[in-house]
Design a protein around this ligand. Structure first.
Ligand code: OAD
Length: 243
């Protein structure tokens, strides 16, 4: 992997200094250097597991224990990981920028642990658990659950508080993400294949509303041809150069 180029860092810093409103969309790639597998590409989860068996409401209805075992395994992996320099740099950028919105497709909570204060979680949070009967939500930070599938006080079956394929995104979170993409002068798309919609549509929205769009990714993606600058570098190496 080539080291991040100084010229790209300079260009992006200039745009950052000129921007009043900054928005960032992150995906699994930002957590790759924390040791958390991405979904696609080398070592991607979807190479070894079928989304239809594990990440749909139908899969949960068929076999909640199997779905929970997969999420329990992922919770264990994430709990053992630490936020990396990319997560930490975004937390610092939030503190320095007058208007900064961090939008993530990740459910791992590493942005929170790195110190980001306001995170729009488009696909939910693996540390949130929701009752399928009474809808009660609770935070549960235990890396492994005692009994699978867990049950609510009301007796209902609990599910991971994430968005599965075929489900809608949380409405208020999505609306805020759309507003921030619309008003951004500078929009970063970091560590995502940009194949999953509607999240990926935010990149096109920001661009069409006049933002400069910067992609930070180790590989070409579905939006590389749309953006103003492709920065081919690992997020944990590129982002600290902006501070
Ligand atoms: P993907 O696994 O589709 O894409 C990960 C992206 O990260 C790829 O474009 C890689 O090139 C890039 N990447 C890998 N390592 C990197 C690094 N160190 N620095 C920068 N980039 C790196 O993950 P997402 O795009 O996040 O949804 O996937 C989107 C959604 O699909 C997920 O939220 C999940 C999944 O199915 C649901 O489960 C609903």
């Amino acid at each position: 992997m080539a080291a991040p180029k100084i010229s790209e860092a300079h260009q992006v810093k200039d745009w950052l200094n000129a921007a009043v409103s900054v928005a960032v969309l992150t995906g699994a790639g930002i957590s790759a250097e924390s040791g958390i597998p991405t979904f696609r590409g080398d070592g991607g989860l979807w190479n070894n597991f079928r989304a239809e068996d594990l990440a749909t409401p139908e899969a949960f209805a068929r076999d909640p224990k199997l779905v929970w075992e997969w999420y329990d395994w992922r919770r264990g992996l994430i709990a053992a990981a630490e936020p990396n320099a990319g997560h930490r740099a975004l937390a610092q950028l939030e503190r320095r920028s007058p208007r900064f919105t961090l939008i993530t497709q990740n459910v791992d909570g590493l942005h929170d642990r790195a110190g980001s204060v306001s995170v729009l979680k488009l696909h939910g949070d693996i540390w949130t658990i929701r009752c399928t009967a009474c809808e009660r939500e609770r935070h549960d930070a235990r890396p492994r659950m005692e009994t699978l599938p867990p049950r609510c006080f009301c007796g209902g079956l609990e599910r991971p508080g994430v968005v599965w394929f075929g489900e809608g995104l949380p409405g208020a979170v999505w609306d805020e993400a759309v507003s921030s993409a619309r008003e951004a002068d500078l929009f970063f798309v970091i560590g995502t294949s940009a194949l999953v919609h509607p999240a990926a549509g935010l990149v096109h929205l920001a661009k069409s509303e006049g933002a400069k769009v910067v992609e930070i990714n180790v590989a070409e993606t579905a939006v590389s041809s749309t953006v103003d600058l492709c920065w081919r570098a690992p997020a944990a190496e590129a982002l600290p150069l902006l501070l």
